[in-house]
Design a protein around this ligand. Structure first.
Ligand code: NDP
Length: 257
């Protein structure tokens, strides 16, 4: 099989959490373009439905599924719905995440817990539900969205819960990769640098910092969601058959300096 053929995902089924917008939406489109059926999974069902109907024009099967990744019953139901609809689950992009910026000494327990629940527990619950189905089927590929914040402490904004949650994702991914290596379920993560999505562009704390980040970024800019598409498509399919437990930093060299 040639390399371009190995990058194809024809006949496969993927879910994308946080798929309604931002990085999730862009990657969902790429998975469709590579031939996969896609479930656009989001807590914002209205937006997920809008995204799903846009992606249906790409020619593969696309559905919207409402799911809060912090709720185990909803997560298990989400996987059941997808398997009932498409017959299998081959690729899981565990991507939903939130960012808050509170100084550590002022953060409430609830504020801490919310970020850990969505970013770390949410990835565990969705990866666990996907992993169970994939083990039963004989294999699959799970990709989680970590962050460059798994590797560095961003400045000047305070975000200790976010940074800790993403470092947790990185170690969770390595753990699952080792546990499931013999079961043909691969588990990897991507670690984006700053990307122009609502997570950044609708945060009153982060918007004024964008120019500062650009000044210290070797490429002098932030990234676009479409610049993460290829790495996820690669990780989803046969081209990455020996790649598991790995993390792919895509940050325009921000963390290299
Ligand atoms: P966006 O805010 O643009 O999109 C995230 C989506 O996830 C939203 O639709 C959001 O819904 C949804 N979501 C939030 N909470 C839940 C939940 N509990 N269950 C299901 N869906 C939920 O963010 P990005 O696309 O930028 O972020 C995607 C991922 O990439 C996140 O994990 C983020 O941490 C990570 N990342 C982002 C970077 C960036 O600079 N943008 C950099 C590095 C990593 P709603 O809007 O209704 O809350």
């Amino acid at each position: 099989m040639g390399i371009l053929e190995k990058m194809r995902l024809d006949g496969k089924t993927a879910f994308v959490t946080g798929g309604a917008r931002g990085i999730g939406k862009s990657v969902a489109a790429a998975l469709c373009e590579a031939g996969s059926n896609v479930a656009v999974v989001d807590v914002d069902y209205q937006e997920a439905e809008k995204t799903a109907s846009e992606l249906q024009t790409l020619g593969t099967g696309v559905i919207a599924v409402s799911c809060d990744v912090t709720d185990q019953d909803q997560v298990n139901q989400m996987v059941r719905t997808i398997v009932e609809h498409f017959g299998s689950l081959d690729v899981a992009f565990c991507n939903a995440g939130i960012c808050t910026n509170y100084p550590a000494e002022e953060m409430t327990f609830e504020q801490w817990k919310k970020v850990i629940d969505v970013n770390l527990t949410g990835v565990f619950l969705t990866a666990q539900a996907a992993g169970k189905q994939m083990i039963q089927q004989g294999g699959g590929s799970i990709i989680a969205t970590a962050s460059m914040s798994a590797h560095i402490v961003n400045v000047p904004q305070p975000q200790c819960a976010y940074n800790a949650s993403k470092a947790g994702v990185r170690q969770l991914v390595k753990s699952l990769a080792v546990e499931w290596a013999q079961k043909n379920v691969r588990v990897n993560s991507i670690s984006p640098g700053y990307i122009g999505t609502d997570l950044v562009l609708s945060s009153p704390t982060l918007i004024p910092l964008i120019e500062q980040w650009k000044k210290v970024s070797p490429m002098g800019r932030i990234g676009r969601p479409d610049e993460l598409q290829a790495v996820v498509v690669y990780l989803a399919g046969e081209a990455s058959s020996f790649t598991t437990g790995s993390d792919f930093v895509v940050d325009g060299a921000f963390t290299s300096i």
